[in-house]
Write a protein that binds this ligand. Sequence first.
Ligand SMILES: NC(=O)c1ccc[n+]([C@@H]2O[C@H](COP(=O)([O-])OP(=O)(O)OC[C@H]3O[C@@H](n4cnc5c(N)ncnc54)[C@H](O)[C@@H]3O)[C@@H](O)[C@H]2O)c1
Length: 580
Amino acid sequence: MSEYSFGPTGEKFRLPSQEDYIKEFERLNEIVQKQRALGREIVVVMGLGFVGAVMAAVVADAKDKKGNPTKFVIGMQRPSTRSYWKTPLLNRGISPVSSEDPEVPLMINRCVNEKKTLIATYTYDALNLADVVVVDVQCDYLKESLGNVREGRADMDALEESLEIIAQHISPQTLVLIETTVAPGTTEQVAYPIMKKSFRKRGIDSDPLLAHSFERVMPGKNYVASIRDFWRVCSGVDEEATRRVVKFLKEVINTDKFPLTVLDRPIESETAKIVENSFRATLLAFMDEWSLFAEQNGVDLIKVINAIKVRPTHSNMIFPGPGIGGYCLPKDGGLGLWAYRHIFGFEDNIFKITPMAIDVNDTRSLHVAQLTRDALRNMSRPIASAEILVLGASYREDVGDTRYSGSELIVRRLTEMGAELRVHDPYVPHWWEFEKQDEYPASSHGLKRFFRGQEKLKDLRVEQDLKKALDGIDALILAVRHKHYLNLDPDEVVESAGGPIAVIDCFGILDDEKIKRYFELGCEVKGLGRGHVKRIKDQVREKREQLLLDISMKDKKRGLHLSTEDVELLNNGCKLGAED
Ligand SMILES: NC(=O)c1ccc[n+]([C@@H]2O[C@H](COP(=O)([O-])OP(=O)(O)OC[C@H]3O[C@@H](n4cnc5c(N)ncnc54)[C@H](O)[C@@H]3O)[C@@H](O)[C@H]2O)c1
């Protein structure tokens, strides 16, 4: 029976059959011979995910000083029902990843349809034809509980399987460049032995040419530049591997402007990636306690951070939003902890800050559910059965990547508390973490298992019409700084909602004028790290009380003239409870 893979628009692709594989290799071989005749190096990029799809295009776009393409790239994606669609789409010149960077679709289309330096395939036999293999498959970290990264393990299945397959197919002279973020020690202690063993089985006496160079890609507005025009770190297992990886990266990446750092051993390159991301995770987690301090003591943390950031030594301070999602920051420190014990065999507990940071970040968004509950309570509305709209499903602004987003935890916790959730995100057509929550991203990885009462979330669909999404809600959660949400007009929001609502600002999206306006309209406002909203609320309430006083005084003299806003404030003010 045929199996199918569904693309993001719902298009159906039949998974390849046995006969297809034979024809596919013949097709590849023919193209590759022609490309070799043109003097181009053959590069196979394994894994067409967020990193591999764009890295493949960057390599395919590389040219020599005369402007001639130097590489021919075969993007290799395993034909699972979840991912196979990426292959036929890319072969049409369509990007399998969505982003705000207009260069992504342009570059992929140019390389596939004009320069003809990029194709995609599903057959591992493509590896037989490679001069260079770039490994961009995932290496996960599986957490056993929410908020305790120590209870977890690296999941290297996809990576180990890929390395085994690569070693079974490549020629001894092929450079294998691991770009995947791995537990430190993986290249030399895990990958090298796997590949060597396979080489020996094939009767190959030489050792694999293996190197590591991690990706720093940011899938957002500067997606392409974050791969091509950015500093790289690399290292090979021996001199020859190092020479080859340096040569390759210099040919495909802008190393003139962004010089390469060559480290002595792959473990140093691997550690650099883990430390880099643990550092970032720690900076963000550090802000969580100050965010709570700010909420409880009338401080606007956004203004505080902006005041500090003018100091050049502190310019990278950032506000954490509703939790730290994305694929990398929640897991990378875990890979470091795990390597210390399971690759190097140490028993002691040297890591304190890294796991604590991840744990804080992993649970920060649960506080949003508490703020929502409290805001509704102040309006005398129960959280159970409240209609709540979350604006933004992705983990950061202006991208369609929902992996481990804070919004997912907000939805799960509020659902557990009995609320009815809706979601809007212009970049996310389907939120698979819910629609396919029993199998995506694999039942062992999903966050569903940490919450009760999640079954109905299978039916959660991402609304694309904001006005419709707002209709009849009790609470609005501004979860992501997508550009579409930065200038929402409070009057229009309240009108679309059909009356005053609770507004929860998770990312410093509302300025003081907007916060004031929401209060004037009878709404309740709360925000992560935004303790000053209480002050604004008090000012609005005082103004209303003053008006009431004026009325009672002047009404007797029959001389009072009220502005429209005053009337509005008086009408709405009854909803401005003093609770907090
Ligand atoms: N996404 C980011 O922003 C980012 C940034 C820096 C580094 N990284 C790192 O890059 C690596 C890849 O991340 P990603 O975001 O692209 O992951 P991803 O899950 O989007 O992509 C991985 C792809 O590899 C494919 N794959 C798995 N096994 C395969 C096999 N045997 N053969 C062929 N394809 C296979 C998967 O189907 C998937 O399409 C990870 O180590 C990640 O930590 C990611």
